[in-house]
Design a protein around this ligand. Structure first.
Ligand SMILES: [Zn+2]
Length: 884
């Protein structure tokens, strides 16, 4: 495989620079350790004091039913005199902060208290080293639930920012003050593209989440759901444990929601906790999700070229802190890394016996990245537990559309020829397409503009150069790119549509143009902006700061303040306000008229009568496929599926009868019966079959004429139309109703009306065997209806079509040969004439039979062709094909 990589490198000159991960935290940047030790010692002293002022403000005095409101984050920015910040940079940074905080404002809700946000720890004069205004200790800050001090440091490291909480209010029991330190040198040197903003926004969101509770320093303060009190140092071991996994000592987080979530997500019931990062400095280690099992999560230890996803893992963690009254799961974006991969993935990652798409076998392999947002070379990174992962460089990122735009434009003639397209809608495909044949087969990856349909069952690839759309209907399908006159090569469809399509939920149009954040593919624009990419300024604002929009009568105002006939996932159409309104936090989909009319639920809950519940209750079981609470069989109070009952409803006269529940009131042949009519059966005891027409139970030989006894359903089931006697299945017919012109053909009955046999319609009424269309399960081959296409034909839209005359058999397409006639040779799904005597077949060409081995032939040819560039290219092609 290394050879393949080499060839691609030589031909394309795409730099294979190693991707430098940008570490989020570092010991030298912000000294948190000493600060937290100091705070903890003060807090211990204070625990003995009873301070009336404190208690009055306490959470325990907040009424249970009190309304929640979104978290109000306020902040102050401080710049030192020698720090140079241009107006543009200041706008950029403020937009970053505003966008990140407005995300958290729509994610977190707290109960209202009627007091200013005050720093009640006068013994401290600073917030993680930042000197606090005395006013904040006394009068506090108005309209604030969390106040952040933002300042800058000039540092040549690759750190973007560092942050932490500096005060967890002991009575409100949540962080109320925090600090973010930004690396000014970093912000001064970046190109402020939309992609850069998207990445920096994620860095700020990452840092803010450390303040909101994702930090070992705050875990002592998390609320233990068993006691409703903070865990404290003494009990934090209940959720933060040390484990040996695969010979590495690791920390695992096992708080309640995290534990439930990861077991469902990875599909492994035995997981004891979520792995925290086990590599890196003290400020990275244990403070992030383990990269190898959750690579592209926002809270992994370093930034990711494709961006990080704010996923359900952070939702579960924020719930487990106990700090926040509501955490809105509808604000999470989808993640696929390791999903449903089982216990082995979690425990052994790339060292497992199974091969996972998340990892490559070794470093240096060229491939599309797991999300499909780019392509690149596999490499192990400092946090990936020695697992090789594909990291696209900026130039290999399909979503990096700005790299070919002014003022960052670089030459892209080569990419044009290969029909590359860079946009937030572009993804990586394995493909050989090119406008000009000469370069065709060498580079095997393309960035192509693509779309998923709403159900995620179809991927459309739009090739602007040809002005043709190509549609992937099956995962892994090969598409031939042709325009009627010419063939341009092949595109391989994505291996997993759900994974591929989920990426479009994480990347919004133009990354929301530095004016908003992206949730489930929709931009949420900052105050003053609107449009599907938040690029337009409002003409007029509402009282709440959002753009005043009026939509046509059949349309609704979307979160990006555009008008559309539909609302995004997590919203419903409010026909009164003509606005897409948020579903209740409990539902992932809803349809109104109330926001609690759920259609679908989040990962840990199940749908029952249009509400989402975590427990289904008596008489129901959790159907994990449909995510619904499904009823047990009649008379059953406890079951885990709809076949077997674990406990029958004894109170209502049901007793266990093998795996079912028998109603003791009914006649003995009945299992269950119509209430108060013991002889009218609704289901039957073992060895009996329900005759629905008579509501009686029959033994296997006594179903009425035209019915058979179905063992699975335990019912008499009617035979197919026209059949008088069938056995074991409705279509296994033994005699037909001749009075209605039915005739047995094989083991099916066909009606002789105009056409004969499995013809549904025929070409010519006088000649009823020449078919025009066929009955169900039969395919038209020539003028005949057949159950299976003959050799030399392939199935296409219910018809058997002839293979290309060169193929003996083919599949999906007439040119896609599966086998060839005796005098032909199969290569690359094509049939070629066999070589003459003295020659052998080598990947599409007849070459002279070598004296030595095959490898030697190639090598000699390389040497002799040294001076001929064209021949060299052809040979590279041969090697490439051989390697594939
Ligand atoms: Zn971090």
């Amino acid at each position: 495989m290394n050879k393949l990589l080499f060839i691609f490198q030589v031909i394309t000159n795409i730099a294979l620079a190693i991707y430098n991960t940008t570490v989020f935290e570092n010991t030298q940047f912000l000294d948190k350790q000493n600060y937290y030790q100091h705070v903890d010692s003060i807090m211990k002293q204070k625990q003995n004091e009873t301070n009336e002022n404190f208690i009055k403000r306490g959470r325990r005095f907040i009424q249970q039913n009190q309304e929640t409101h979104s978290l109000r984050i306020t902040y102050d920015i401080f710049k030192e005199n020698d720090q140079i910040i241009t107006e543009e940079l200041q706008t950029y940074i403020e937009s970053l902060l505003d966008t990140a905080f407005s995300y958290y404002q729509s994610l977190l809700y707290v109960k209202h208290i009627d007091q200013n946000n005050t720093f009640y720890l006068k013994e401290l004069n600073n917030c993680l080293g930042f000197l606090i205004e005395s006013d904040h200790f006394v009068t506090g800050i108005e309209e604030s639930d969390l106040h952040l001090y933002i300042s800058f440091k000039q540092s040549d490291t690759d750190i973007i920012a560092s942050a932490g909480h500096c005060y967890i209010d002991p009575f409100l029991q949540r962080p109320t003050f925090g600090r973010i330190l930004l690396n000014l040198s970093y912000f001064q040197k970046i190109n402020r593209t939309n992609l850069q903003f998207f990445r920096d926004l994620q860095s700020i969101m990452h840092e803010t989440l450390h303040i909101l509770g994702f930090s070992t320093a705050s875990m002592n303060y998390w609320i233990d759901p068993e006691t409703n009190e903070p865990y404290t140092f003494k009990n934090v071991h209940k959720i933060l444990k040390q484990k040996m996994i695969d010979d590495r000592e690791v920390s695992v987080l096992s708080s309640a929601n995290i534990l439930k979530t990861i077991r469902v997500y990875y599909g492994c019931e035995s997981i004891e906790g979520m792995l925290l990062e086990n590599q890196g400095s003290d400020y990275t280690k244990n403070q992030h999700w383990e990269r190898s099992i959750l690579m592209n999560e926002l809270m992994s230890g370093s930034s990711n070229p494709e961006g990080g996803v704010f996923s359900l893992f952070n939702i579960a963690l924020l719930r487990d802190t106990g700090f926040w009254d509501v955490v809105d799961e509808n604000q999470a974006n989808p993640i696929y890394w390791g999903k449903n991969q089982g216990c082995q993935f979690y425990e052994n990652k790339c060292q497992a016996d199974l091969k996972y798409d998340e990892f490559e076998d070794i470093d240096g392999i060229f491939d599309c990245s797991f999300t499909g947002e780019g392509f690149g070379v596999s490499q192990t990174d400092p946090f990936s537990d020695d697992c090789p992962i594909i990291y696209p460089t900026d130039s290999q990122l399909c979503i990096n559309y700005e790299q070919y735009q002014q003022p960052y434009k670089i030459d892209n003639k080569y990419q044009d020829n290969l029909m590359f397209n860079y946009s937030t809608q572009s993804r990586c495909f394995k493909s050989t397409i090119s406008l000009d044949d000469s370069a065709a087969s060498f580079a095997n990856f393309r960035c192509l503009k693509s779309f998923c349909n709403e159900e995620g069952t179809q991927v459309t690839i739009q090739i602007d150069q040809l002005q043709i759309d190509f549609i992937c209907k099956q995962e892994g399908q090969t598409l031939l790119v042709e325009d009627g006159t010419k063939s341009y090569g092949k595109i391989i469809c994505p291996k997993s549509f759900p994974r591929f399509c989920s990426s479009f939920q994480n990347i919004c149009p133009q990354f929301c143009s530095q004016n908003g954040y992206c949730v489930k593919g929709k931009c949420h624009c900052n105050r003053g902006f609107f449009g599907n990419d938040c690029s337009q300024r409002c003409n007029e604002e509402n009282e709440d700061g959002q753009c005043a929009i009026k939509c046509p009568p059949d349309q609704y105002i979307n979160p990006d303040r555009t008008c559309s006939k539909d609302c995004p996932q997590g919203y419903f159409k409010n026909s009164e306000s003509k606005t897409c309104e948020k579903c209740d936090f409990s539902c992932s989909k809803c349809n109104g008229p109330s926001n609690q009319n759920c259609l679908d639920c989040h990962i840990l809950s199940y749908l029952k009568n249009n509400t989402c519940v975590s427990e289904c209750g008596e008489g129901y079981f959790k159907n994990k496929q449909s995510k619904q609470c499904q009823k047990c069989i009649e008379g059953c109070v406890k079951c885990s599926n709809d076949k077997v009952c674990e406990e029958c409803d004894a109170l209502n006269g049901y007793i266990q009868s093998s795996n079912l529940c028998k109603n003791t009131f009914c006649d003995s042949q009945c299992l269950t019966c119509v209430p108060h009519q013991k002889e009218k059966c609704t289901s039957c005891s073992q060895d009996y079959y329900l005759d629905k027409t008579q509501q009686t139970c029959q033994d296997s030989n006594n179903c009425p004429p035209g019915y058979y006894s179905d063992y699975e359903k335990r019912e008499c089931i009617p035979c197919d139309e026209g059949c008088l006697l069938c056995k074991n299945s409705s279509y296994n017919c033994q005699s037909c109703d001749e009075t209605k012109n039915y005739t047995l053909f094989g083991n099916k009955c066909f009606q002789l009306i105009n056409c004969f046999s499995p013809c549904k319609t025929c070409l010519d009424e006088s000649n009823s065997v020449k078919c025009a269309t066929c009955v169900h399960n039969y395919y038209l081959q020539g003028e005949e209806c057949v159950e299976q296409c003959s050799i030399g034909y392939y199935l296409h839209e219910n018809k058997c079509l002839k293979c290309n005359q060169n193929c003996e058999s083919c599949i999906n397409h007439s040119d896609n040969c599966m086998s060839c006639s005796q005098d032909k040779q199969l290569s690359n799904s094509k049939c070629y004439s066999k070589c003459m005597q003295g020659q052998i077949w080598v990947n599409g060409f007849c070459v002279d039979r070598p004296v030595a081995s095959y490898n030697a032939v190639i090598q000699n040819r390389v040497l002799s062709a040294k001076n001929n560039q064209f021949q060299l290219l052809i040979l590279c092609l041969l090697v490439l094909i051989a390697l594939i």
